[in-house]
Structure formats: structure tokens, C-alpha cells
Design a protein around this ligand. Sequence first.
Ligand code: BF8
Ligand code: SF4
Length: 676
Amino acid sequence: MAADEEKTKKAASVNPMEVTVDTATMKMLAKAQAEGIETIFDRAKTMKPCNIGVEGICCKNCSQGPCRLPLTKKIREGVEEDNRMGLCGATPETIAARNFARMVAAGSAAHSDHGRGVAEVFLAAARKETEDYTIKDTKKLLQIAPDFDVAITVQEGDEEVPRDIFDIAEEVGEKALGEWGKQNGEILYAKRAPQPRYELWKKLGVIPRGIDREIVEIMHRTHMGVDQDYENLVAQCTRAALADGWAGSMIATDLQDVMFGTPYPTHGQINLGVLEQDKVNIVVHGHEPLLSEMIVVAVQDPEMIEYAKSKGANGIVLAGMCCTANEILVRHGMPIAGNYLQQELAIITGALEAMVVDVQCVMENLTNVAACYHTKIITTNPKAKIASGDAIHIEFDEHHALEDAKRIVKTAIDNFQNRKSEVMIPSEKETMVVGFSYEAINYHLGGTFRGSFTPLNENIINGRIRGIAGVVGCNNARTIHDSSHLIVVKELLKNDVIVLTTGCNAMACGKAGLLTPEAAAVYCGPGLAEVCETVGIPPVLHMGSCVDNSRILMAATEVVKAGGLGNDISEVPVAGCAPEWMSEKAISIGQYFVASGVYTVFGVTLPVTGAPVFQNHLFNELEDIYGGMWDLIEDPYEMAAKMIAHIDKKRQALGIDKARERVLMDMADRQKLEAV
Ligand code: BF8
Ligand code: SF4
């Protein structure tokens, strides 16, 4: 009893209004507190992070440590010399760089291992070893085949005829899978980058040889007593990160598109209000669409719907959580229940029959919360089981994928009659238009006859659009849920910067109504509003999940190719940010954006601040090397301002800054003018 009371007391300690800007989340936190359920929001208040770890200067790479090297005020101010070192002599620079590199390795591994799984299933589909997956988007297959040096025609006598689609797919699958184990040479997609970028990487010797090799090499180099030169470590970070963005993630995106369809604009709904009281509710949570694609099919099976009715339910709702949600949203318009910090809250509605999880961003606490309700947590991936609580494991195998999916759906239906606590589903749900792959942007902006990025470039050159921002990344319990995401995006829109989004930022934008064409008139400066209204697009373009950040790389490349905005990504008026990042994947993404020439700002904290020389390398020196660099800015207004300043710097270098001045002024200026 005393323990229960303690739990309730702890749970009551956080004020829902102070930790999120999302009203559905506030309501569910209030319900959690009333029912004595502790969530991540509560623990973020009661459990403080370690100051030394936050700054990146704790080394535990051997058992002589952990060696902790706090940065004192005197050292920071230059009053005292910085002669901090670990037992072995490792400097703060070495320690922070090694820690940073290991985050890149983990992030790149997570995305790339996802890609490997996709490539394996793709190959099984190409070889017709599975009935459940097939080659859906042949156009995209033909488009990517040349990048793998795969012929799309064959010689028949004197004639060159189209090659069998499944033969092409099999060779593409084999070549793609080969990218992981390659020991020498270059990843094949490196050549997709603008020519000068490719040449720069080649000159610097940072083109990844093979995906696995670069990740393993980070683990070797960061072992005790190996690479003790932070610049050399950062070069290896680049190799592993490029192996993520331009290989592991990009292959995942492409092969998923070929198997499940390239996203084109579609409608969707988002927030906890998508769950329905009288229906069986299933949430798929995690990252790989292989299983969720099958569950999408399973829940539409008339037999399953009948079965749900036989149990007293009015049908089945399938909703997504985290990036799995983005995957099934952009391809099928399936609803999203919420982003990362809402995963526990979906269970707290009391209306969730099953949460089906695979890999990444799945909180272990889900099982503790589920124990207070009837919800079944179902793990599906042999790499990702949960020891806490009563998770059930239904392993997913691509050879009988649909059968597995039906078993999972049936388990959820069987659980419908077990609801015990009071059900409370918040009413919040927003509609949105999503699915802007770069192919879709091409088509939308280019008009009916021929797709092209030229109109986008023209509008950037004439100043209606000031520049492009990629706003991506997670939620983080150390900062107000969704708040920084929305402030940064709204500031950018107000200043005529078009926003490309993925991951949990995309969901924050969706919940706030920013992913609708109507949002343009409300939030954008006049130039951007005019373009969005003419073309009929939202000012924030949802491009998919976190592996789909590769789509942003390709969109930036298309902008370069369309001409008029420089010869390389680093010359385009573009900036990126992750205002509420938390995952190691974000660090890998940040590094591949920087190495691709993009100014990239992170919010919250960055574990480099305890090593000023290393930090300076990332924040300043990298600009001379790659044309892109890191930054850390906690305040979202300042973050947007610095991104805009960078965009303006690029406009000036291109000589198009004058055009902009003639065309318009920003909202703040107009308000000032009106005030006068
Ligand atoms: O890959 S944005 S919290 S869900 S890591 Fe995770 Fe971060 Fe969300 Fe998707 Ni991406
Ligand atoms: Fe300490 Fe060096 Fe061991 Fe790190 S590697 S824990 S700095 S002795």
C-alpha cells in the first residue's frame, strides 16, 4: 500500500499543462495521475540527468574508469589551463569524440539494419519465395536499377527488349544486400549526390566502403587505446553516417517504395482521438513497415472484421505510433495515434487491445503501464524482446507474414472483452495531407505534363520562397513535448521558408494542423502562402519516417540538378534541425546532413559541450571541410533565426538576396509597419 501511495504521489508531481502543448496529451496525463500511473513525464521530473554525461565527458570504455572530466568554470573561462585527462591520458576531446562516434555507430546501425531486413524480404519477394510481398512499384524499380548497375533491357536477336521485372528485382536485391558486406570500393548511391559533393567526399577519403564495415570500424577505433585524434574520429563518423543516409536508409526507403508503393499525397488523421471506443483498437509501434504492411491487410480481411463483431466490437481500428505510423500513413492513409512521448498514453485510454512493437523507440515502461490495463504488448522481432512485465512474443517471419499478422490481430480481438478500467479517449484528432516523396514533389510542383523541381527553384530565386528547411527528429522528455517543434516550424513559415519534415516532428506538425493546404494562409509569409495556395500543397511537406530523411537528401539533390541555386547542396539556401532530438539515430542523421553540406542545429543538449575544442571542430571547422556544420541552440526562436540567417547567407552568396528584398517583408516587419 505504501509503495502504491508513493507511486501515486510521484505520478501527481508533474503538471500536465507544463510538460506538453498537446491537449490530448494533457488530458491523458491527468487520467494517468488520477489512476496512479507513472509515465516518462513523471520520471523526467524526479530523475535528473548526469551533468557530466550531458556534456559528453564521461568515459567508460575500459574498467579503469569510468573517468569523468568535468569542465570547470575556470577552465571554461580560460583562467585555468585545460589539462584534464582520464587515467590513460585520454583528453576531453578524445572522450567526447569517442562517445559521439559510438552514437553515430548505433544510429547508423539501427537505420541500416532496418534496411538490411527490407533488402532480405525484397530479395525473397523478387525470387517469389513469399506470396505476401511482391513488386508493386515497377516504375520506381526501373528508376533505381541503373544506380545498382542493373540492366533493365535485354538483347533478343537484334532487338533490345524490356527485361523481366522479377529478374531486375532479383539482381537489384542482390546488389543492394551486397552493400552491407562490401569491404572495398564505394557504396553505389554515393554517385547520386551532386557531382561536386561526390568529388569532395572522394578527395577527403570519406566515401563509405560498405555499410557494416564503417560501423564496425567505429567500434574498433573507439576501443580503449585506439584512435585518439578527434578529427580522425570525426572523419570515420562521416563514413558511417554517409553509409546510413546514402546507403542503409536510402536503400530501405527505395526498396520499401518498390514493394509497398512510393508515397503520393493522401489524407490522414492524427492524435489519440483516432482510437474508437466501440471498436477493437490496435496500435503498431516501432519502425519497420514489413510487419505493419501485413497488419494493414489483415485488419481489412472480412473474416477478421466478422470475428471482431462476434466479440461485440463494431470493427477494427489500426493506428500507428512513431515511425511505423509514418510508414503506413504515407502509403495507405492509416491514422496515427501519436508521436514518441504519447506511446504510454495510448494504453492509458483503456481502449487499446494490443500494442504491436518491433524495433526502436519502444519504451520498456509500456509493459508496466499495460499491466494496469488489459492491453497486450506484443513483441514481434527476435532482436527486440521485453523482459519487464507480461509482453507476449509472436515472431514475425516474412515467409508466412500474413498468417503472423492475422494471429496478432486475432489476439487483439480476443482481448476486446477484457477491458476493465474506464475508457477515456480524448476527442483530439486532426486531418492532414501527407506523402510527399521527392517524386511527388517533383510531380506536384512541375505540373501535369512534366515533373520538375524548376518551379521550386524559380520561386526561391525570385524570393517568394526564402529557402528550404528540414525539420525532423524526436520528442524528448527533457523538454516540453512538441513545443520547440511547433515554434521552429511556425517561425520558419512566417519567414517564407518551406519545411520538409519526417519522424516525430511530422506528427507534431500534423497534430497542430500544419499539414493542410489551409495552413498556408494562416502561418506563412505572403510569398510562401502564395506558392502553396497556387500549387495546393501544405507549407510543411510530410516526407515519411526517419529512414526517409534520405528523401530530403534526394530532394536537395534535385534542387541542385534543377539549376540556378549553385552546384552543390552546400550552396542551396537550406538548413536542417532536430529541436527535440533524443535518439542515437538523430546523431547519425545530423552527421550525414552536415557531411552533405547542410547547416544542422540540434536542440535540448548535445554531448559535446564539455570538450570545447572538439565542439569547435563540429560547430565551426567542419564548415570549411563540408560546407555544413553542427550547432546547438536550446531556444527554438533563436534556432529558427539562425537557420534563416544561414539561408540568407546562402542567398547572398548566390546573388539572389536582392530579389527577395524587392518581393516581400516578413510578418514581423509588416506588424511593425502597421503599428506605426
Ligand atoms: O525514427 S523521430 S523518437 S520515432 S528516432 Fe524515434 Fe526519434 Fe521519433 Fe522514429 Ni526517429
Ligand atoms: Fe579512463 Fe582511458 Fe579507460 Fe576511458 S579508456 S575509462 S579515459 S582509462
